[in-house]
Each structure stands twice: as structure tokens, then as C-alpha cells.
Design a protein around this ligand. Structure first.
Ligand code: NAP
Length: 260
């Protein structure tokens, strides 16, 4: 299936690794010009080198998406390089695990900055360019935690829901010019998950990495953890012409784990 995004311009935030990078790779594989960002120059360069051969063209920008000035500069750099913007994909860093008694006011505000304000500010800066495009889309990467709470992830459970309210509202406010959707990843084997498995190994919870990995498949009807590319392909589809009548949805990509 031709997704019809060859030559389009896509900006993916928090995309030097993990689900953001996988989304950038899927968009690039369909011929889009892709802009990626992250804080570590080393990770960014590695991601840019992997994406460049796939993409129409690729640009890597060092930016912290919790900093308002960085976000504005990121969108400006995109438009300066490619002359416009057709697709915005927002990803973010993770927030600390823990329950209610573990969290201070600072933790709550930091989670809000990381998960909600990063998306708000990027959308604010990108909106005029997306509206000027004849194919403008926004896709926000969140988590299945917005639909079914995950134990010991209070901040994700509580704060990410703001992004879903934003997505649903903007799908109406920005229509018919810009389509706005969310994807809800379940477990995918990214660097973040690899680190969590390594930490569990260090704590003696598992004997081998594979045993740790298998534990992430518990409760998933498809009986395995996702490949980040499987999330990236869903993002590319929602951004594409093939999803031209789809807006305001929250699409789980979780191997069937959600029961709701
Ligand atoms: N993996 C899963 O199974 C899963 C499931 C559900 C939800 N999620 C959520 O999806 C998001 C991405 O997770 P992931 O597993 O892909 O994580 P990851 O493998 O750790 O990748 C995170 C990416 O975000 C960048 N990043 C982090 N903070 C940033 C900031 N302030 N500004 C700019 N870039 C930043 C990182 O680069 P730098 O550190 O160099 O900046 C890296 O490129 C997280 O919010 C996570 O909670 C993940």
C-alpha cells in the first residue's frame, strides 16, 4: 500500500531512540523528509545515520522538549530546512515510576512539563505550518496507561490523560485542516525497556535477559513484546493519506493487552 507521504515533511519529537526513532524510521521508509530531536548529540548522530539512507532527507536537531525556546527553535529549523511542515509526531521521555506517597509537587509538575506541555508547545509552534499544508496531521504517542492504569506508574496514569483530552479537543478545533490522533503503545522493546530489564537482572529478579524479556509478554494475547517498528508503522499510517477520514482516535498498539 502506498501511504502517499513521499516528499512530505515530518517532525518527530524525542526521536533519537525508542518509539520516536521508530516512528521517524517508518515515515522515512515511506519517503518523507524527517526531522528528529533529542538531548544527547551522540544518540542523535547514530539515529540520523540510520535514518538518512531511508529518508528523502533527514535533519537532526539537539533540543530539550521541556524547554519552550528549544521547541520553538526546533520547529523553526524544520521549516527553514524544508520550507514547511506536514506531519507532527509528539513523543516524550519517560516519567519516574512510583505510587502516590512517592511523589512530590515537583515530580507532578515535572511530569506535566514532560508529557503535556512538551506536546502543547510543539503543537502551538507547528500549527500555522500544519494548517498551511494540504495534508496536515498531528499524532501523539502516549501509552495504554491512558485507558487502563498500570501499577506503580501513577504519574503516567494520571498525567498522560491530559494529552488524550488535548488530542480529542484539537481533532475538532483544527478540523477540517489538520487531523489529530493518538497512539497508545503497550510494551515495546526500546532502549528504555532494555534498561529496565537490565536493572531487574542486577536486582536478581531474573537469571537471563531473555527471561526478563519474556516477563514483559505476560498478559499479551499475541504472546510477545512489540517491536518499536510496529508502533512506528501505525504512526506512519495515521499520518498518511490512507487514514484521510480518521481523526480524534486513540489507537492501541499493544498486542491485544487492553481489555477495555
Ligand atoms: N517502550 C514502551 O514499551 C513504552 C510503552 C508505553 C509508553 N511508552 C512511552 O513512550 C515514550 C518513549 O519511550 P521509549 O521507550 O521510546 O523511550 P527511550 O527508548 O528511552 O527513548 C526516549 C527518546 O526520547 C528522547 N528524550 C527524552 N527526554 C527528552 C527531552 N526532554 N527532550 C528531547 N528528547 C528527549 C531520548 O533522547 P535523549 O535522552 O538523548 O534526550 C530518546 O531519543 C515515553 O514517554 C514512554 O514512557 C513507552
Amino acid at each position: 500500500m502506498d501511504l502517499g507521504i513521499d516528499g512530505d515533511v515530518a517532525l518527530v519529537t524525542a526521536s533519537s531512540a525508542g518509539l520516536g526513532r521508530a516512528s521517524a524510521e517508518s515515515l522515512a521508509a515511506e519517503g518523507a523528509n524527517v526531522v528528529i530531536c533529542g538531548r544527547s548529540e551522540e544518540r542523535l548522530s547514530a539515529a540520523e545515520a540510520a535514518i538518512e539512507p531511508l529518508a528523502g532527507d533527514a535533519l537532526a536537531v539537539e533540543a530539550d522538549i521541556t524547554e519552550a525556546d528549544d521547541v520553538e527553535a526546533l520547529v523553526e529549523a524544520t521549516v527553514e530546512e524544508f520550507g514547511g511542515l506536514d506531519h507532527l509526531v509528539t513523543s516524550a521521555g519517560g516519567v519516574p515510576p512510583g505510587g502516590f506517597v512517592d511523589m512530590t509537587d515537583e515530580d507532578w509538575y515535572a511530569a506535566y512539563d514532560t508529557l503535556v506541555m512538551s506536546a502543547v508547545r510543539t503543537i502551538r509552534a507547528a500549527r500555522p505550518h500544519l494548517e498551511a499544508s494540504d495534508a496536515g496531521t498531528i499524532t501523539c504517542i502516549t501509552s495504554t496507561s491512558v485507558r487502563e492504569v498500570i501499577d506503580d506508574l501513577l504519574l503516567s496514569n494520571a498525567v498522560r490523560r491530559g494529552v488524550i483530552g488535548l488530542v480529542k479537543s484539537l481533532s475538532r478545533e483544527f478540523a477540517p485542516d489538520v487531523r489529530v490522533n493518538a497512539v497508545l503503545p503497550g510494551a515495546h522493546e526500546t532502549s528504555r525497556v532494555e534498561e529496565l530489564i537490565e536493572a531487574a537482572l542486577d536486582r536478581g529478579e531474573f537469571d537471563t535477559y531473555d527471561e526478563g524479556l519474556a516477563s514483559w509478554s505476560d498478559g499479551i494475547p499475541l504472546d510477545r513484546i512489540g517491536d518499536p517498528r510496529e508502533l512506528g508503522d501505525a504512526v506512519a499510517f495515521l499520518a498518511s493519506d490512507r487514514a484521510s477520514f480518521v481523526t480524534g482516535v486513540s489507537l492501541p498498539v499493544d498486542g491485544g493487552r487492553l481489555r477495555s
